[in-house]
Design a protein around this ligand. Structure first.
Ligand SMILES: Nc1nc2c(ncn2[C@@H]2O[C@H](COP(=O)(O)OP(=O)(O)OP(=O)(O)O)[C@@H](O)[C@H]2O)c(=O)[nH]1
Ligand SMILES: [Mg+2]
Length: 477
């Protein structure tokens, strides 16, 4: 893969309520980009993103996955996140390093608690948002009702960039509001599409929506509004130039209709992201804390490297992986960096671009990019690595407090130490659960985000550390 400049990178977190189709949307994007040549599925556990045993077993996402593809000469770094709130920390880490949030809403189920949560977190991080209304191939989907609900929750600046022509089973056509035409996907999951001018009733509808789009974009900027009134409208060039800025300001939140599983609507969504989506350049400077505790800013163009580790994970096949986003400078093999949280030096070994478990080794990464590095000695989720000449610390993610408890009951004596070591290692990867050993009552209590969360922690503990135990109600003194 060629080396990309910050303006040509699109880092985004794919977030949303559980089972809205985020992982399938990623799969469709990877297919469009030519990373895979056949779409995997959730039922048979064959997607690129949900590759962990626990994800295949539960048929849900549990870990954030790093994926990438090229599209229209841009590099897309996608972070697929779990929708279950038990695993919210994964989404938080992804939003922390993304340049925008792609919020997926299931057309039949509408906005859920999980959608609202990730929306609020994205707002907290100041991220622009785009919405995907997915699964429009489901029976009895009502586009207008779904749009009305999304607008009621997230505001009237949500604007549909396309409209479903034939929602329900067999859905494969959308009306493209930007181009005034009908886009037809052949329905073979290949993702390619054909365009034809809208005719009849559809022509009227699309023209009306295109007019509204122009008004919407004009209203988002005073100089555009002036032009709008002077000229009685905006030219196509003015309209297109205004879209990017309006998305950044969030005065305009584009919504796209898709059926991820049949790869309908995805290619045009990718076109939009490539042309108008946020890039690292849109957040040219970010805040950090300098050596003396003073606030400093880290700029994309600073020569000294600064990177934030948003996730660490131990993978059987290649050891400890640290996922990071580079905010300035570049990193290359053999580079020595300073971990300002642990106050220790680290040497960069192999650097990888990931597509789930598939990795490609690269020699260097430039500012704005996202990648993973293996086998750092003492680097954990939330740490900043930087030049020892200019130590800075980036703001960390604040995770929700774990407040649901369970106790471990060992089936055999003498495994306490193995369990403690395992829990310590898993906690480093997932700071949203904690544990403590209660020596008085001879029990180890795990506190997490919910039942599914402990279950997954327990499964990983059993699998990785070969220990045998059951989860029971904790006893209280
Ligand atoms: N009919 C239909 N089914 C879909 C579509 N997208 C996803 N699905 C199905 O919906 C279920 C959930 O899809 P996922 O892609 O796992 O959803 P998710 O949002 O990643 O789920 P979590 O990560 O677990 O929150 C799976 O059974 C998919 O096959 C779609 O566009 N149409
Ligand atoms: Mg998923």
């Amino acid at each position: 893969m060629k080396s990309y400049q910050p303006g040509d990178i699109r880092n985004f977190a794919i977030v949303g309520h559980a089972s809205s189709g985020k992982t399938m949307l990623c799969e469709a994007m990877l297919l469009c980009g030519g990373v895979i040549n056949r779409m995997g599925g959730i039922a048979n556990g064959s997607t690129v993103s949900d590759y962990h045993v626990s994800e295949k077993d539960h048929k849900i996402s549990i870990h954030a996955s790093l994926l990438h593809t090229e599209w229209m000469d841009k590099k897309f770094n996608l972070i697929d996140t779990p929708g279950y709130l038990d695993f919210i920390s994964e989404g938080l880490g992804a939003l922390r390093v993304g340049d925008f949030a792609l919020v997926v809403v299931h057309a039949q189920h509408g906005v859920g608690v999980g959608t609202e949560q990730v929306w609020n977190y994205a707002t907290h991080y100041g991220l622009p948002k785009m919405i995907v209304l997915n699964a429009l191939d489901k029976e009895n989907t009502d586009f207008e009702a779904a749009l009305a609900q999304v607008r009621a929750r997230f505001g009237h600046n949500v604007f549909p960039m396309n409209l479903p022509v034939n929602p329900g089973p067999g859905f494969n056509q959308v009306l493209d509001v930007l181009r005034n035409d009908v886009v037809t996907y052949p329905g073979d999951t290949g993702g390619k599409y054909e365009e034809a001018p809208a005719t009849g009733n559809w022509e009227e509808q699309v023209k009306q929506r295109h007019k509204e789009l122009i008004e919407h974009i004009a209203e988002s900027d005073d100089s555009l509004l002036e032009k709008f009134f002077d000229q009685g409208g905006l030219s196509e060039t003015e309209l297109r130039a205004g879209i990017h800025a309006a998305v950044q300001r969030q005065s305009f939140i584009p919504l796209f209709c898709t059926a991820a599983e049949s790869n309908v609507g995805v290619a045009r969504l990718m076109d939009f992201i490539a042309k108008y989506g946020s890039s690292p350049v849109d957040r040219e400077k970010v805040k950090a804390v300098g050596a003396g505790g003073a606030e400093v800013s880290v700029a994309l163009s600073d020569p000294d490297p600064v990177l934030y580790v948003f996730k660490t994970m131990s993978e059987a096949q290649f050891g400890d992986l640290s996922f990071f986003r580079l905010y300035s400078g570049s990193v290359h093999l053999g580079k020595d960096l300073y971990n300002s949280d642990r106050k220790a030096m680290e040497r960069f070994g192999q650097i990888y671009l990931l597509n789930g478990k598939n990795r490609t080794s690269v020699e260097r990464l430039n500012a704005g990019d996202i990648g993973a590095v293996v086998k750092l000695k003492d680097t954990h989720t939330g740490n900043t690595l930087c030049s020892p000449k200019r130590p800075v610390t980036m703001p960390k993610v604040e995770y929700p407090k774990p407040n649901i408890h369970t106790a471990l009951k060992l089936r055999a004596k003498g495994e306490e130490e193995k369990i403690a070591a395992g829990l310590a290692a898993l906690h480093e990867e997932d700071p949203t659960f904690i544990y403590h050993v209660d020596s008085e009552l001879h029990q180890t209590v795990i506190s997490g985000q919910g039942e599914l969360h402990w279950q997954v922690v327990a499964e990983r503990l059993r699998r990785r550390y070969k220990v045998d135990f059951e989860l029971v109600e904790p006893r209280f003194p």
